[in-house]
Design a protein around this ligand. Structure first.
Ligand code: CTP
Ligand code: MG
Length: 228
């Protein structure tokens, strides 16, 4: 079987409120994006890694990893899903319909090699694919205005992480069909709307997405704890 990685890295990092997109902030002596790509490369399973980078991005060309033979640059899109679709198009000449694609956020530099291998080992014989996720520990409330109108049954609630692993052809057609639909906040949701039921694979809770300023220090802390 052949495995590809897709890394959406074309966001502006609005909630991070920094002087540059968060994927270019410093983490452990390199940029967040370099640390994320290094983890994917260390897994030694991908034939290629397509990275969606904004066309106005002046930081990417300065990264040595931009010239790595396994890295393929694709233009970023308006929304995350558009960036992912653009990266899938960049693989069109090389990837076969049944090949696996693992989509992983540039902003998740704490992904472990063990979780990559665990996801692949669990799903490699699945017809569709699935995602890393963690069970929700907080009690979740259904709210209308300022009032609680119910409590969700937590045993049914998981938080979606990345990588999200799907067959190339299926993922591309689902994202194409759902293009412009604001309900598509991850790859799995696009497949769900096409009637598929992606699998859930328990991942590590330290695989956080750097979203707000305090997350950078948290990522540094988690990475220092990890043995990979
Ligand atoms: N992303 C992308 N293209 C976009 C928007 C987001 O490739 N048009 C990427 C981001 O670079 C990030 C991942 O998708 O690696 C997850 O998105 P998010 O955490 O929302 O990042 P940003 O959109 O950059 O942040 P914000 O929403 O706070 O602006
Ligand atoms: Mg965003």
């Amino acid at each position: 079987q052949t495995f590809w990685a897709v890394v959406p890295a074309a966001g502006v990092g609005k909630r991070m409120n920094a002087n540059r997109p968060k994927q270019y902030l410093e983490l452990g002596g390199q940029t967040v994006l370099e640390q994320t790509l290094a983890r994917l490369l260390q897994a030694e399973v991908f034939r290629g890694i397509a990275v969606a980078v904004s066309e106005e991005d002046g930081y990417w060309p300065d990264l040595p990893i931009a010239r790595h033979p396994q890295i393929i640059r694709a233009p970023g899109g308006k929304e995350r899903a558009d960036s992912v679709l653009s990266a899938l198009h960049a693989l069109a000449g090389q990837a076969a319909t049944d090949d696996w694609v693992l989509v992983h956020d540039a902003a998740r530099p704490c992904l472990t090699i063990t979780d990559i291998h665990h996801l692949i080992a669990t799903l490699r014989d699945d017809p569709i694919g699935g995602i890393l996720a963690v069970a929700s520990h907080d009690t979740l409330k259904n709210v209308q205005g300022e009032s609680i109108i119910g409590t969700l049954d937590r045993s049914y609630i998981w938080r979606a992480l990345t990588p999200q692993m799907f067959r190339y052809g299926l993922l591309k057609s689902a994202l194409q069909t759902q293009q412009g639909n604001p309900a598509i906040t991850d790859e799995a949701s696009a497949l769900e709307l096409q009637g598929w039921q992606p699998k859930i694979v328990a991942g590590r809770p330290d695989n956080i997405k750097i979203t707000r300023p305090e997350d950078l220090a948290l990522a540094e802390f988690y990475r220092a704890q990890q043995t990979l």
